[in-house]
Structure formats: C-alpha cells, structure tokens
Design a protein around this ligand. Structure first.
Ligand SMILES: [Fe+2]
Length: 342
C-alpha cells in the first residue's frame, strides 16, 4: 500500500500568506540564506583564433558611423541570453579601422581598455589623450567622457571589460551621448595625466575627490619592468595590483585590475575567491584548471574564473603574463572578500 503523503500542518497557512503577499521565512530559509555562494556559470574560454575572424568581419561589415562602439562581447549561455561574461562583468574586444572615431559618451558603468593590438589607437578620457601601446591599461571610470580614435594606417584591436551587469542589476545605469561632430573633444594632449605619470609621485595639494584613480593610463612598459623586478612568490608567480596613486586602493570602486606573471612549469596554489575574474593572456602559453575544467590558453585568449570556483594556473614552455580584471573592489567595500587556498 502506498504511503499517504504527509500534509504539512502549516500548508494552509503558507498558502494564505502567499495569497496575501507574505512569505513565511521558515519554509524557504535555505533558499534565502545559501550556505555558500553558487556561481550560475562554469568557467569559459574564448580562444583568440576563434574570435579573430569575427573581429575581422565586424571591421568590414559594421560602419563605425552606424554604431556606438564596434565591440564584440564574450557571453556565457549560463546567463540565459543576458549579455554577461561572468558575474558582474563583461569582457569584449573592440576593433577600430584607420581614421575611425568611436563617438564620445559617458555612463555610470565603469570600464577598462587593455591594449593588445592597438598601436596607433588613442582613447580620450575627460580631455586627456591616452595612447594605447602594447600592454597599456586605460581606465574609463564612471561618468568620465570617453571616445576612441585610430590614428594609424592599420586596424587596431583591444580588450575591454566593464561592469554593465552590476549596474543594470542595481538599475543604476545613466548614459549621456556626446556629439560626433565636436572637434575639440579630440584635440587634446596628455593634460593632467602628466601629474600621475611617475610611479610613486602624486601632487600633495588639490588631491582629487573622486572615488576612482586620477591616473587613467598605466603604461605596459612599466608593468612589464615591475613584474621582471619582483621576486616570485612561493608558487613562482608574481602579482601586481593596479592602484589609485592617491588612495593606494583599487583603481575604481567597482573594477579592480591585476597583472600576473607565471613562472614556467610551476603551478600556482589552487585558490578560490568570492569575487569574479576575467583573465586575458597577454603573452606566453599555459594551462589552467578552473572548477572541473582544464583550459589550455595562449596569447590574447580570454577565460573566466567565476566566483568561489577553485583555480590553478601553470605556464608552459616559458613564463606567461596574464591581465586579470575583477569586481573585487565591490566585495571589498561590502566586506565580502574571502579567499581560500587548497
Ligand atoms: Fe563607453
């Protein structure tokens, strides 16, 4: 004889509560208060060799005059068709053809550019000219006017990351278009970027009151020199944080960037953190085990480390450099950073 299903003694009460727009905590406590974070997405890998043909097609088929930005965003289908790379972040590549101007605008989302094949491209940020040499990081913080131009005679491409998923989840997105015809926007020099061009020096007076770094351009040449000078940690890796020279903290309240050099054939300690990470391979080749997946990557490949997912990296055949963009500073502000090692 089949067992009679047990009817909860509070079933009628729960139904009545739900009907009156109340929820009883006691029957859904575990759903409201999960024991640990659970990322929706598995790690994902976008090899550059698969991406490059789309970048070439976009350059040919999409006139810059018709679009706000000629960028292609990496999307994980785990987010159900939403434009999300991992967690609060999107990663993309932008392509500009010779003479292209990507129209000025500003918005409450924050973004970064990392120059991969961008020699000859320039980003203007709040009236400052930021050239994009190999490995340069350029910040476009929230509500800073920015536009891009390719002054060279060849196509340029760079890696972008931004926090639109976070801003849209908070429903805090504001966007202001600039004028495509405004010539003065493009006719600027380095401007106040000079005040922060030397590492370790910042003006003592009139410190900017902004929550983001007053320095917008971090030259790749200096990052590479610094990585070469640093002693490796016990697992052979060297990690630099890009910092706001005034506060010493993250470059922006919602984006936090790192440069990492891996020593050949020395696996890093397996680690997990509460924040989300998008990784760009800047140089070299290697292998990462992230969650249950092992990914083999090479120059300009991109992969994700979803939050609270174990990750270990190893360079193959020589040292490898990674650029890592994260939302760590959001978690830091909320006192939610946790890091564990195996
Ligand atoms: Fe933008």
């Amino acid at each position: 004889m089949a067992a009679t299903p047990q009817v909860r003694t509070d079933a009628a009460l729960i139904a009545a509560l739900e009907n009156a727009n109340y929820h009883p905590l006691w029957d859904r406590y575990k759903r409201i208060t999960p024991v640990t974070p659970r990322a929706k997405d598995e790690p994902m890998h976008w090899p550059w060799r698969g991406f490059e043909p789309f970048v070439a097609r976009a350059a040919k088929e999409v006139p810059i005059e018709d679009v706000e930005r000629r960028a292609i965003i990496m999307v994980n289908p785990a987010f159900g068709g939403e434009t999300v790379t991992t967690g609060n972040l999107i990663g993309a590549f932008t392509v500009l053809q010779p003479g292209d101007h990507a129209v000025p605008h500003r918005h409450t989302a924050s973004a970064i550019r990392f120059a991969t094949r961008a020699k000859g491209a320039v980003t203007i940020v709040n009236g400052r000219r930021c050239e994009m040499h190999e490995g340069d990081l350029v910040l476009t913080p929230a509500m800073c006017w920015h536009g891009h131009i390719n002054e060279s005679d060849h196509g340029t491409t760079w890696f972008d990351a931004a926090n639109m998923p976070l801003i849209c989840n908070l429903d805090a997105s504001f966007f202001e278009p600039g004028l495509r015809s405004e010539k003065a926007f493009w006719e600027v020099d380095q401007g106040d970027e000079r005040l922060y061009a030397a590492s370790g020096l910042a003006p003592a007076s009139d410190a900017p009151k902004t929550s983001h770094s007053p320095k917008y351009r971090y030259p790749g040449e200096e990052t590479r020199a610094m990585l070469a000078s640093m002693p490796p940690g016990p697992d052979g890796s060297r990690t630099l944080r890009y910092v706001n020279p005034v506060s010493g903290g993250a470059v922006m309240p919602s984006l936090d960037c790192y440069a990492k050099r891996l020593s050949a054939k020395t696996p890093t300690r397996t680690r997990r953190a509460t924040y989300n990470q998008i990784v760009l391979c800047v140089s070299g080749e290697g292998r990462s085990t992230i969650g249950d997946k092992t990914i083999e990557w090479r120059k300009h490949d991109v992969f994700t480390i979803p939050h609270w997912t174990w990750a270990q990296h190893e360079a193959l055949y020589g040292d490898a450099d990674l650029f890592i963009v994260t939302d760590r500073s959001v978690f830091e502000a909320l006192d939610l950073v946790r890091v564990e090692f195996q």
